[in-house]
Structures are given as C-alpha cells and as structure tokens.
Design a protein around this ligand. Structure first.
Ligand SMILES: *Cc1c(COP(=O)(O)O)cnc(C)c1O
Length: 485
C-alpha cells in the first residue's frame, strides 16, 4: 500500500489529521482551577516531574509508557504464559521481533535505559570515546558512569531550531571519519538514535544511516541503533525521503535494522507497552551482553518485564508496521506546530516526532539562561493550562567537572503527544493556552535550585521562583478568563 491510498482529502477548506482508530476505553479528566495549579507547581518544587496527576489536565510530559494500547494488545495480555523460564510469551516476542528486525538473538530488559546499562557494561571502558548523532540523558549517564566520553557528531543544521531541513538527526559522516581516524581502537561502538529525542524528535534519513553503517563496517566498529523513537523516524523516512515513498514500513524497518549490529529500544515508546529489548545478529556481541541480563534484569526469558507486557510488546511491534498506526503522532504534532507557527509562537520546525517543542529561549527572551528558561516555561505552561510538559534544556544537563552550570545548546519545552491519546479538541485547547501564555510572556520569570541531586537532577530536583512571578501570572489568568477554568 503506497502513501496515496492513505490520504484523505476534505471537501471544505479546513484540513486536519484524522484519527484512524476509535476510542473504546476512556479515563476521566479534571481541569483544576488556576489557583490550584499554582499551588501544585509550587508544592512540586517547580519541577513538572514532581506534579501529581490529579492536578494535570493534559499530561504532555513524555511519550514513555503512556501511549494508548490497542484492543489486540489488551487481548494478548490476557493470554500471557507466566513462568520463570521458557515462557511461551517470550517465544512469541522472539519470533515477532526477530522477523521484524532480521536479528537472531534477543535480550529482554525492563526498559530502554536498562538496555543502555547492559550495553555500556559490556562494551564501555574508561577513556573510551562514543560517537553518536546526539546524546540521550540516560545514554550519556550510563556511558559516563563507566568512564566513557560521548562525542556528538550532528550536522550543521541540527541546532537551527527554525528550519526546513527534513533530517536534522543526520550524523556528520565526514566528522565521524575524522574521529575514527584519530581514535582508532578507542571507540567500542558508534551510536545512532532514531527520532533524535533531545533536539525535538528529529529524524535521520536512511541514506545517512547507510553511510554511517558502511563506514562502521569498513572500520569493523559495531553500529548500535537506539530505536526507541523508530516509529516516528519510519514515518519521516517514508514521507520525506523520496526514494522510500513507495516502500512498505516493514521493508524500510528491515533496511534500517540491516545497518546496525545491535538494535535496542524502550518498548515504552516503540510498541506501546512497558519494557525494552536488545537485538543482534552477531553471536559474539550477544555473548558479551548476555551475562548482564540475569545480573541486572532477571532471567533471559523475561528480563524484568511481566509476561503481559511481553505479549503487549509483540502485538505492538507488529502494529507499528502499519502506516496508519505510526502516522497519528507525527501528523497531530505537525498540526499543533502549524497552529503555533500561525500565531508566531517560537517552536521547533520542521515538526518532529514525540511532541511539539517550544523554543523557550525565544519565547522567554528576557529570562537569563542561568535561571533555567525552559524550566520556567514548563512551570508557566502548567499554571496557564494544566499542561504538563518537560524541560529539555540546562536543567536536563549535568554540571561541568568544575561545578559550574553546563548551559545547554538549546532550551526547549517539550509538549509530548503520547501516541493515540489526545483528541483534536484537546490539542486545540493546548494551542489556545500556549497562545495566551505567549501574549503574557513578560510576566514569566526565572527559577533557582533549592535541592539538586548529582545524577539526572531534572527527575527529582526542586526549585523556587526568583520572584512572585507565578502568582502574578495566575492573577492575570483569573483577570482574563473570569470564573472560567
Ligand atoms: C526514552 C528513551 C530512552 C530510555 O528509555 P526508558 O524506557 O525511558 O528507560 C533511551 N533512548 C531514547 C532515544 C529514548 O527516547
């Protein structure tokens, strides 16, 4: 089936993405009044990770473990085979995943970062250099913990937040070549991340991946693919890479996996379940990683996952091969981005996967970077609309060795759209509240640390506002909207 048969043309002027699924289980939502939102974000130390869900209207924190599951996934969960060793649920996962990715060996893990723990334990030694298109928070932490150093080799366009560049996740192959020349035996693997998370869910092209793969094979260095956000990257390869337009999602997936020696992913994203997986076709690489699964995760046929999630993952991976399934997220995100652009609100373009990314540095021009621009915008968006987003900026970085703040290259507020979860009217509501916030942006001030953990501080660190700006913002909301929520 080509792209054409999936296109819906509207008779009227308005055009919008159409849900290719229907909702059969719902969860009630409550919109807390602005005063309650204000006191909740204060109580949460201005960290959206610490908010309790009963005050959150749209949970746009992440796409991890919160994607809508299908009727078929739920049905499969009821038929799971629970046993410590030799579970048939695991056998079904092995068959499905091996067929999709064309890799014989699979290792189950409880989530994506657990795969990173296993891979880093097996291959990263102190002083090693790890080239990648861009880092992810947990990847960098695991590599750093073992004394390895992450080197990001993204292309020139990756950091241009407003752009028409279709593949900002591409690796700079010339830079990789130079690095491999200089470091020779000091590179245990090269890592490519699909749907590059921290730069706005931006994809690479299959062409770029093939160039990276060819170079790695020439130098006999394994290529590790982080496929957590593969669904989005697949959508963009099919819709933006001309040579791939007529190919099926299954064929494109296989071409991608064929380039990598190890594929790993968070099934909280890929496959709409809760778990993780490592695949390889190389028995030596498999043997190197094997021992760490029983050590950290659990026996080799469950790896810390419940068998129900394993069943859901098998079905979810299979469903990911359906273009109608993977298009929903990117198309809703593109709709939201277009609506924000039309209101002149700074947002990362072109639209990527996993969510809509506000460019906090332009949104809050007046807030200094040392006061956590993106974190301030996250708190403000919660006050404005009960929208829980995630800071992706300086708060998400770790401090430099000398203790100074490592100022992030980009300051983004990610408003994630978990796959198939939100309706069109909820997306329109989010756009409306962000629009109001943009008109009132001058009221928003900065944040400062109150308590700051050493590792992955953004998860549980607490902050305070630098002034009473949150109160002022809430008062303005009440004045503008009257009794309304
Ligand atoms: C989410 C994510 C991970 C980590 O997966 P978890 O299941 O959250 O541990 C790793 N890499 C990328 C690109 C991700 O988006």
């Amino acid at each position: 089936m080509g792209t054409m048969s999936n296109t819906i043309t509207f008779f009227g002027k308005e055009s919008f993405p159409l849900e290719m699924h229907k909702v059969r289980i719902v969860q009630k939502l409550r919109l807390a009044p602005v005063e309650e939102r204000l006191s909740a974000i204060r109580a949460a130390g201005f960290n959206t990770f610490l908010l309790k869900n009963d005050v959150v209207f749209m949970d746009m924190l992440t796409d991890s473990g919160v994607n809508a599951m299908s009727d078929r996934q739920l049905a499969a969960m009821m038929m799971a085979d629970d046993s410590y060793a030799g579970s048939m649920s695991f056998e079904r996962l092995r068959e499905t995943a091996s067929a999709i990715f064309g890799k014989e060996f699979i290792l189950p893990v409880h989530q994506g970062r657990a795969a990173e723990n296993v891979i880093s334990s097996a291959f990263v030694k102190p002083g090693n250099v790890l080239p990648m298109n861009y880092h992810f928070t947990t990847t960098k932490a695991h590599i750093g913990l073992r004394g390895g150093k992450v080197v990001e080799l993204y292309g020139r366009k990756a950091m241009e937040l407003t752009s028409a560049e279709p593949f900002k996740g591409n690796m700079d192959v010339a830079a990789l070549k130079k690095l491999l020349d200089a470091e020779r035996d000091n590179v245990p693997f090269v890592r490519m991340e699909a749907g590059t998370n921290l730069i706005g869910g931006q994809p690479w092209s299959l062409e770029n991946l093939k160039e990276v793969g060819a170079l790695c094979r020439e130098r006999k260095i394994p290529l590790v693919l982080d496929a957590s956000l593969l669904a989005d990257n697949l959508y963009f390869v099919k819709t933006r890479e001309k040579t791939q337009a007529e190919r099926s999602i299954r064929d494109i997936t296989r071409s991608i996996a064929d380039e990598a020696d190890i594929v790993y992913f968070s099934a909280r994203k890929l496959g709409c379940a809760r778990g993780g997986l490592i695949l390889t076709g190389d028995s030596a690489l498999y043997e190197s990683m094997l021992q760490f699964v029983p050590l950290y995760e659990g026996f080799l046929t469950y790896g810390g996952m419940s068998v129900r999630e394993i069943e859901a993952m098998s079905v979810g991976l299979e469903e990911t091969m359906d273009f109608d399934m993977i298009r929903h997220g990117p198309e809703f995100i593109a709709f939201m981005v277009d609506e924000l652009v039309a209101r002149k609100i700074p947002v990362v373009t072109p639209a990527g996967g996993l969510g809509c990314h506000l460019n906090a540095r332009e949104f809050l021009e007046h807030v200094p970077q040392t006061e956590f621009i993106a974190g301030s915008l996250a708190a403000a968006a919660f006050i404005a609309g009960g929208l829980r987003g995630m800071e992706r900026g300086t708060m998400s970085e770790e401090r430099n060795a000398d203790g100074s703040e490592h100022l992030s290259e980009v300051e983004l507020l990610r408003l994630a759209l978990p796959r198939r979860v939100f309706t069109m009217s909820q997306v329109k509501y989010a756009v409306d509240r962000v629009h109001w916030l943009f008109e009132n942006r001058k009221l928003v001030g900065g944040l400062k640390w109150v308590s700051e953990p050493k590792i992955l501080r953004f998860f549980s660190g607490r902050l305070d506002s630098t002034s009473d700006w949150p109160e002022k913002l809430a008062r303005k909301f009440r004045a503008d909207f009257g009794d309304s929520l």
